[in-house]
Design a protein around this ligand. Structure first.
Ligand SMILES: [Zn+2]
Length: 256
């Protein structure tokens, strides 16, 4: 089941899903429908023909420009499609067919969409985070990891911890440091990963955020406060935890 043919098929399927994720990333923050109308050039509005809608290949063939108006097409389209294709191939290879594969792929797609939207718009749409909490919890009944108890604790603890941090920050600084979107996103991560990996994700996100924030201050590209939206770091933390979390926890607790 993990031969080159199956892996290629998984990657192609992933590229098609990645193309749909691009539509979500473009349209969800703008509040437009994700199913209608068909994709069009953002610059001139001309609807795309079928051969301009082929994931990865169209972007390379058109050299990242609209065929009519010549406006550059964001490299994000290519990156998201390639990333999703790679994710599907690797997840298929690692998990094989089954509920765990479905759970991890839905979670991965949600993380990709949240990462890209938060990076550009500083926004984490409820339709992804809240729906993700429900789907993650329901799927936890079908998988060994994390199991529904750990998923439920993950939702409450993940959301709760970040809500508390946001509250304390607000009380002390009298300004909003973390949004409710971050709170709901960590609750979603708890639903899919269970509470230990959700807490690990938060720690990885905090460390990564601090390192990059300090880097930006040193190179004078920005202040700590406006470095990067926290949701992007949560997505990175969740991806690392989902892939290597159990190994990291074993290593960490092995040190004691
Ligand atoms: Zn155009």
């Amino acid at each position: 089941m993990t031969g080159p043919f199956a892996l290629t098929f998984a990657a192609l399927f992933g590229a098609v899903i990645g193309s749909f994720l691009n539509v979500c990333i473009h349209r969800l923050p703008r509040g437009t429908s994700i199913v209608w109308p068909a994709s069009a050039c953002p610059a001139c509005g001309r609807p795309l023909s079928w051969f301009e809608n082929i994931p990865i290949a169209s972007y390379l063939f058109l050299r990242g420009r609209c065929r009519t108006c010549g406006a550059p097409i964001s490299a994000r389209y290519l990156v998201i499609e390639a990333l999703t294709a790679a994710m599907f191939a690797v997840a298929w290879w690692y998990y094989g067919p089954g509920p765990m594969l479905i759970s991890r792929l839905i979670f991965g797609c949600a993380l990709i969409v949240l990462f890209a939207i938060d990076l550009e718009h500083h926004l984490l749409p409820n339709v992804i985070t809240l729906t993700g909490i429900v789907i993650g919890f329901l799927l936890s009944f079908t998988t060994d990891q994390p199991g529904w108890r750990s998923s439920l604790i993950g939702i409450v603890a993940g959301g709760g911890v970040l809500f508390l941090i946001a509250e304390i920050y607000y009380r002390v600084r009298h300004e909003e440091g973390l949004g409710m979107g971050d709170v709901k996103m960590l609750a979603m991560m708890g639903a899919f990963l269970g509470w230990p990996l959700a807490i690990l994700s938060l720690m990885i996100a905090s460390v990564a955020g601090t390192i990059i924030g300090i880097g930006l201050i040193i190179t004078r590209r920005g202040t700590m406060k406006y470095a990067l939206p926290f949701g992007t770091f949560l997505a990175i933390g969740a991806a690392v935890s989902a892939a290597a979390g159990p190994a990291i926890l074993r290593w960490y607790f092995g040190l004691w």
